[in-house]
Design a protein around this ligand. Structure first.
Ligand code: 5GP
Length: 212
């Protein structure tokens, strides 16, 4: 008897600067169970970001072409740039039993909520709003105007918390703990009775382990 074989679509949102990247990097170390969907974006790469790993960095023209060709699961505009999830890779990973993480903002998350009723929704937050501002400033890669924009956007994102199933706090220096909490959430979701409609028939049919 085995639990649901298909992977779970896990939508993770977090205000920019909440440290979600570090939290999610712990999760994706476990490649057998988790994969992070790599989005397309029209924003310019930040220092250290690699094309194809952190994002696929594309022109606005190419981004719009992908939408037109029906290749995007969802997309949204955020702080003046486009971001979107390519569809094919997500479908392939889910069918292979891998839990796929979409690290997306709230507008895209709402679209997924309508499209994929089985997805789970997690919001990662820093311990407080002032901690968020401090983290954004300590990055040193964003202009003052960009920081203000991201703080305003964070307020809007927080107002969407009701549509999320879980909230995970990313405390200073405790990103691994936050990642472990998300692993726990995914494990619990796999055990949901409604995700395992064949469970009882499999239970009756299954042979004892020593007879397989
Ligand atoms: P950043 O510029 O800080 O990398 O990302 C800005 C925002 O865009 C973040 O909230 C991030 O979660 C979101 N984002 C990244 N990829 C996608 C995507 O494919 N779709 C949507 N809707 N949002 C995304």
């Amino acid at each position: 008897m085995e639990f649901e074989k298909k992977g779970i679509l896990i939508v993770v949102s977090a205000p920019s600067g909440s440290g979600k990247g570090t939290v999610l990097s712990h999760l994706t170390e476990d490649r057998e169970h988790f994969a992070l969907s790599v989005s397309l974006t029209t924003r310019k790469p930040r220092t250290g970001e690699i094309d194809g790993i952190h994002y696929f960095f594309v022109s606005k023209e190419d981004f719009l072409k992908e939408i037109e060709n029906g290749n995007m699961l969802e997309y949204a505009e955020y702080c003046g740039n486009y971001y979107g999830t390519p569809k094919d890779r997500v479908d392939e990973l889910l069918s292979n039993g891998i839990n796929v993480i979409l690290e997306i903002e709230t507008v895209g998350a709402m679209k997924i909520k309508k499209l994929c009723p089985d997805a789970i929704f997690i919001m990662i937050l820093p311990p407080s709003f002032s901690a968020l501002e401090k983290r954004l400033r300590s990055r040193g890669t964003n202009s003052e105007e960009d920081i203000q924009k991201r703080l305003e956007t964070a307020v809007k994102e927080l107002s969407c918390i009701e549509m999320y199933d879980y909230v995970v706090i990313n405390r200073d220096g405790k990103s691994k703990e936050a990642a472990d909490t998300i692993t726990g959430i995914a494990m619990a979701e796999k055990c949901r009775v409604k995700r395992n409609p064949e469970l009882i028939s499999d239970f009756y049919d299954a042979k004892p382990d020593n007879e397989k």
